[in-house]
Design a binder for this molecule. Structure first.
Ligand SMILES: C[S@@+](CC[C@H](N)C(=O)[O-])C[C@H]1O[C@@H](n2cnc3c(N)ncnc32)[C@H](O)[C@@H]1O
Ligand SMILES: [Zn+2]
Length: 363
């Protein structure tokens, strides 16, 4: 027997209850039992999670309803707070109309599927493997970009989610955004209730953003990275995963207190309009942090133009091989550890007089 705790009527009605029943059809609501686990026969949260079937279903249900659960300190029972919160924040990315969920009962291997339907423009968005899918752009360039990111994450998600990589990235993140320490960054996050990471990759940074349990962090990416992110961090109560396009967000305007988009915007068709679009989702006192690649000196830019033209026609496999060759070249140049002195400005190449590291100068 399952029972929602606190009872559904105490927070938002109907939706959570009917969703729970869709997901756990074998359970019937029982208002007389308060001592059993809300969604199954297990008596504790740990027990419920020990059972793989329930763990997956709980995670998925939780995602659809809200993801904002907690364990009560004494009873260890799963509580669902603000159950329909995620739904309440989501709108149709295309027309900003209200969307309503429909859980598809063709659930195989405990994977939850369903749809989110726009009441206004009648657009339908899939929920598969516990993740709402909002990306609509079918243009060739966008699809190609996201396909190659998906291929990258499929091949490399493990090393990008390894502890040493996460540590290295965190230090680099603090350095680039000029935070003096992680404590200072956490302090900044303290009063940021709604946070968006646009283009999260495999989500290590969004995990960092979710430090404050009273905040709600939404991690979006247009690629398959979001599935790897969800697998690793899906249990984090205040972290939500959506496959979405940062240029067509399924949120209300002026919603976020903080938006971070790290190494992403230059991958979109128009960096500036993408940035401007994101700022429309900031609350009045909201903050945004972005990191985009710097424009390099002309030697490098000309080389990059040539490389882009050539590599765009390569298969993903060949492109990866080429990238390895380039990385080896970079390492060899770096090992030289030599400086080059440029005696005078070379205006036409945009190079200022000065001393440069050879690797940085060439590569
Ligand atoms: C270089 S990765 C950076 C990932 C992550 N921010 C990090 O620092 O590790 C760029 C990511 O941006 C995502 N991306 C690019 N264009 C996007 C768009 N229009 N909407 C959402 N994500 C996008 C890609 O799928 C990719 O995962
Ligand atoms: Zn719509």
């Amino acid at each position: 027997m399952w029972k929602l705790f606190p009872p559904i009527s105490e927070s938002s009605p109907d939706a959570a209850g009917s969703l729970a029943q869709d997901v756990f059809p074998e359970c019937v609501p029982d208002s007389s039992t308060s001592s059993t686990h809300p969604f199954c026969y297990a008596s504790t949260w740990k027990e419920a999670h020990a059972c793989d079937q329930n763990a997956d279903r709980l995670r998925n249900l939780d995602l659809i309803i809200n993801r904002n659960y907690a364990t009560t300190p004494n009873t260890d029972y799963l509580c669902i707070l603000m159950k329909t919160e995620l739904l309440q924040y989501l709108v149709c990315p295309t027309c900003k109309g209200q969307i309503s969920p429909k859980i598809n009962k063709k659930v195989k291997n405990e994977i939850i599927t369903g749809t989110l339907n726009c009441r206004n423009c009648k657009n339908t968005f899939l929920i598969t493997q516990g993740i709402p899918r909002f990306v609509t752009d079918k243009t060739k360039d966008f699809v190609k970009t996201e396909d190659s990111f998906s291929a990258k994450w499929r091949t490399h998600h493990k090393n990008h989610q390894a502890n040493d990589w996460i540590e290295f990235q965190q230090k680099w993140f603090l350095d680039r955004f000029d935070w003096k320490s992680i404590a200072q960054f956490n302090n900044f996050l303290n009063d940021k209730k709604y946070v968006l990471e646009a283009g999260t990759g495999v989500d290590n940074t969004a995990k960092m953003l979710s430090i404050n349990p009273t905040s709600q962090v939404f991690a979006i990416d247009a690629s398959e990275s979001i599935d790897f992110a969800y697998k690793k961090y899906g249990h984090t109560p205040n972290l939500h995963f959506l496959q979405a396009d940062l240029r067509e967000l399924p949120f209300k305007m002026k919603f976020f207190d903080y938006i971070l988009s790290d190494q992403v915007l230059h991958h979109t068709k128009n960096t500036f309009t993408s940035f401007k679009y994101l700022t429309k989702f900031l609350s009045k006192k909201g903050y945004i942090s972005i990191y985009v690649y710097n424009k390099k000196a002309p030697i490098r830019e000309h080389t990059d133009d040539y490389l882009r033209k050539t590599t765009v026609n390569l298969s993903v496999k060949n492109c990866m091989e080429f990238s390895k060759d380039m990385a080896l070249l970079g390492k060899s140049l770096s090992k030289l550890n030599k400086k080059i002195i440029i005696p005078r400005d070379i205006a036409i190449l945009g190079i200022k007089a000065g001393t440069y590291d050879v690797q940085r100068f060439i590569y």
